[in-house]
Every structure is written in C-alpha cells, then in structure tokens.
Design a protein around this ligand. Structure first.
Ligand SMILES: [Zn+2]
Ligand SMILES: [Zn+2]
Length: 414
C-alpha cells in the first residue's frame, strides 16, 4: 500500500516552507505595528456557526465545507475561513472588554472542498486581520491599507484595491429589488442562479456561467442611503489622501452573506488576472447575528499560496538569505564529545560572528572521507574538522567546502 496526501492537499517543504514562514514573519511585524494582536482559534467549529454567518445559499456552505460528526454526534466543520471563528471567539471570551483595541490577526490553515487546480488547494493558508468595535470608514481604510502593505512588503507592487458598498439593512432591500428585477429580465439564468435569485441575488453576479451576461447592472451607489453614501465617500477620500490606488467596482459583491457596506478585493494589475490576492469587507451585523452585542467590524484575509506565487515573480525572494551550513566532522572518533559540545556552543553563539548558521554533525561511525562527502551532499559551506594532532594544540581544521582549501584555526577564535 502506497499512501498519498489526500487529493487537493500538498506537503510544503524546503525553500517553499522557508518562504511561507518568511511571509508569516513579515505579516506579524506589520500587524503588530498597527496594534493587532494574534489569536489562534480551533480549526474546527460547530458547523452551524459557518452556516449562520457565511450564509446557506453560498458556494462555501452549499458545496465546499468539510462537515463531519464526532463520536457524540456533534455536527462540526473544518473552518472554510476565519472571520466567523474570530467573531465567535470575540463574543465567547468577551474580548471587547479584555482587549478593547479590538484588533486581531490570525495565520493558519483553512479548508474548502473545491476542484483542485493550479495554486488552489483544499487545505490552504490564510493570513487575516479583523477590527472590531469601530464603525468609522477610517477602520475600513486602515484594513485596506494594511492588506496592501502586506503585499508591498513582499514586493508584490502592481496592485489595485477594488472597492464597492453593498449598503446596510436600511438600503439593501431597495438595491436587492432593483437587482432582482434586472437579473430576471431575459438573461436565461442557470439553475443555480434561478435559485440564488430568490434568496441571495448578489451571488448571481459572481456566477461563472452567467456573469458575462450582465452588462448594465443597476448602480449600487444609486440605492445607498445617506449614511452609507457618506461612509463610502469618506472611505474614498481617506484612501485618496493615503495615496492608495483604488477602483470603484460596481460588480464586486463577495460571496458571503455577512458583508455590509464596504467590500474590497486587492488584485494584481497584470492583464487578465481577476484573481484576488486579498479580500475583505465590513460586517456590522455578524457579531449580533451570532449572539453577541451589536458590534461593527471590518476585516480581510489574504491567501498565502497565491501571494507567494505572486511574490515568486517579484524580487523579494531573490534576496532571501539562506543560512551558512556548517558541518562538524571527526577525524578521530575519541574527540566525539569535544566536537559535540563545540556544535552545541556554535548553535548558541554563532561561528566567527555569523549567527545565521545551520549546524550539522558530528555523527559517529563514519570515516572522514564519508563525512566530507555527506557535507558536500547537504551543500555545507564550511566543515570544522576535529583531528587529534591539531586538537592537542587547541586547534581545529576549517575547510572551505567550495574551494576545498583548509586552514588550522585556534578553537577560541571560532
Ligand atoms: Zn444604508
Ligand atoms: Zn448562474
């Protein structure tokens, strides 16, 4: 029996694992600069949480969620995204009181049963931030700029923020009615859309089969109430004053039920790429809808795999600094414990002032030639060789593995 990773999943190792951690490291620094604190929620939750928050008539809930029962018959789901989890954690842990800044970030795996294709996985990684408790569009602007900063920091520079407003409880019904009227007028919708039309007409605009048919969709801005319109105008002027490159995009709806007012996607400007690198929006009703006190909120998430693929083309990872690999070799096996303690020492203190090192060895029971062959195999830059004659003088042999030159150096100098 040969086992393989489940369809749609993959192992991340070597340089790709290093890049993934580097992206996460960069993200942590940027979040902390803006006062966001890390939160880690379970990767599974009560399935009803996602159904209630994301919405029943969405691709995520209808088709893509991993739902299972545990041994006690509880209906659980692997998280398809983290906003609902964070809202649940915000309520359950009374974070509005203990962490009143209301800013949280997360980094972790998400799960969606989608058709696997290049760069799209059933287990994938997201980095995201949520800002609870502020209804001002200044919070929306901060979230959009933060998402952009993250992309800029890995030198994904050719990006634009596409923004739209979906309105609030007061103005969305009129918008919805106008939209249903338009969509239902002789477009020959697919079966899914006929069903969506009644329960979630905004989703019809996202349909892969039908979306190209809609050329003159009602302008959402015509239906916004004065409060929503004010917010959207202010958001735009804030983005402008921050020098943010944004586009008002009437077709942008995002496929989740909980959004209110601002929604946005950050896309690469490269021709033909409609794929969002990061996306998010405001969700002023979600916390209340799942049992908390009325709390406005706005957030975003970016897909780590997609961002890494975009950064791959950028200069960022070219400058990615690999550590100096050092192999500790033994010419005489009786020096094993001395060599071993030397390895422990340089792991802690570095070698000749360089702390960015990876240390290998010493290993027992190999002759020196085999040890140096192994050092070559792992692409070590330097071998430090413990040999009896030199060691008695307080010295070791330091071999440059590239040009194979060798010098005697006093152990105290290393
Ligand atoms: Zn409104
Ligand atoms: Zn359709």
């Amino acid at each position: 029996m040969i086992y393989k990773a489940p369809r749609g999943t993959h192992d991340i190792f070597g340089v790709n694992a290093a890049k993934m951690s580097l992206l996460e490291q960069v993200a942590r620094v940027i979040f902390r600069k803006r006062g966001f604190e890390e939160i880690r929620t379970p990767i599974f939750e009560d399935a009803a949480l996602f159904m209630r928050s994301i919405g029943q008539v969405t691709d995520i809930v209808e088709k893509e969620m991993y739902v299972f029962e545990d041994k006690k018959g509880r209906k659980l789901a692997l998280r398809p995204e983290a906003t609902a989890s964070l809202a649940r954690a915000f309520i359950e842990n009374r974070l509005g009181i203990s962490m009143p800044a209301g800013k949280f970030f997360y980094i972790g795996e998400m799960f969606r049963y989608e058709r696997p294709q290049a760069g799209r996985y059933r287990q994938f990684h997201q980095i995201g931030g949520e800002f609870f408790g502020v209804s001002s569009p200044a919070a929306d602007a901060e979230i959009i700029l933060l998402a952009q900063d993250l992309l800029y920091s890995v030198e994904v520079n050719e990006i634009s923020a596409h923004i739209n407003s979906l309105g609030c409880k007061n103005c969305r019904p009129a918008l919805r009615e106008a939209l249903v009227k338009y969509l239902d007028s002789g477009h020959g919708l697919c079966g899914d859309c006929l069903r969506r039309l009644k329960r979630n007409p905004l989703r019809v605009l996202d349909c892969k089969i039908d979306s190209h048919k809609f050329t003159e969709i009602p302008q959402m801005s015509d239906y916004l109430c004065s409060e929503c319109k004010c917010s959207f105008d202010l958001l735009q002027s804030l983005l402008e004053s921050a020098g943010c490159n944004y586009i008002v995009d009437n077709r942008l709806v995002r496929g989740l039920d909980y959004y209110t007012k601002t929604v946005f996607e950050i896309r690469q400007d490269t021709a033909g790429s409609r794929e969002a690198l990061a996306a998010g929006g405001r969700y002023d009703n979600l916390v209340e809808d799942i049992g908390g006190q009325s709390t406005p909120a706005v957030g975003f998430a970016l897909g780590s795999e997609r961002v890494l693929a975009a950064a791959q083309k950028a200069k960022f990872f070219i400058s990615f600094q690999e550590s100096e690999k050092i192999y500790i070799a033994l010419a005489d096996s009786e020096l094993f414990s001395e060599a071993f303690s030397f390895a422990v020492k340089i792991v802690k203190n570095g070698l000749r002032g360089n702390k960015n090192i990876s240390v290998f060895g010493p290993l027992e029971d190999k002759n020196l030639t085999n040890q140096l062959k192994f050092a070559d195999k792992i692409k070590a830059c330097t071998a430090v060789i413990f040999a009896k004659t030199e060691f008695e003088k307080g010295k070791v042999l330091v071999k440059n593995m590239k040009d194979k030159t060798q010098t005697e150096i006093s152990i105290n100098e290393l």
